[in-house]
Write a protein that binds this ligand. Structure first.
Ligand SMILES: [Zn+2]
Length: 186
């Protein structure tokens, strides 16, 4: 059986005879106290008391600008791993796996994700949804690829017109670039 209640730091939540301190709690003189605001979970199975943060720090919300690495290209979407939120040094809590639907990549119509994004690209994106999973978009001028390497030789690609170019392979690639591609310090 698990009981649920909202508690505050310093609140006595259990005694060590019954529950050991776990996430969000600490024990002192046999008494377990909350160390953060959250929902108290008295876990009778593992005999631990947890306080699960009600509003975890730095969880992404709609409208946040994030940096992400493209993980995979599928037919109608790309998947990406969000690595940071703009202006925030702390590491991210919560979900970092995100999807970008083909219709949300570029302001112009595209039906081929691989013409806009490639695996390994660093992108700047906006969070457009968080439920049921994290969704990103890169339509705006300032959003899109900010850094990319040649898939063949790993040379840093340079901007050429609206696309990218590998000096070593002498090949051009199309991409949805951010307006400051190549000038972003990561
Ligand atoms: Zn190359």
């Amino acid at each position: 059986m698990t009981s649920i209640d909202l508690v505050f730091p310093g609140d006595e939540v259990a005694v060590e005879e019954e529950y050991l301190a776990a996430e969000g709690t600490f024990a002192e003189n046999g008494v377990v106290y909350a160390s953060q605001v959250g929902v108290l979970e008295l876990d009778d199975k593992d005999c631990v008391a947890r306080v699960v943060s009600h509003n975890p720090p730095n969880v992404l919300k709609e409208g946040d600008i994030v940096y992400a690495v493209v993980a995979d290209i599928r037919n109608t979407m790309a998947t990406a791993d969000v690595v940071a939120k703009e202006g925030v040094d702390r590491s991210l809590g919560g979900e970092t796996y995100a999807t970008i639907h083909v219709s949300k990549i570029s302001p112009k119509y595209t039906d081929d994700v691989s013409k806009e994004l490639r695996k390994g690209d660093y992108i700047r994106a906006i969070v457009t949804g968080t439920k049921p999973s994290l969704q990103l978009a890169t339509k705006d001028d300032h959003l899109g690829v900010i850094r990319s390497q040649c898939g063949t030789c790993k040379t840093e690609l340079v901007r050429k017109g609206n696309g990218l170019y590998c000096k070593k392979c002498d090949r051009s690639f199309s991409r949805k670039l951010a307006d400051d591609y190549g000038n972003v310090i990561l």
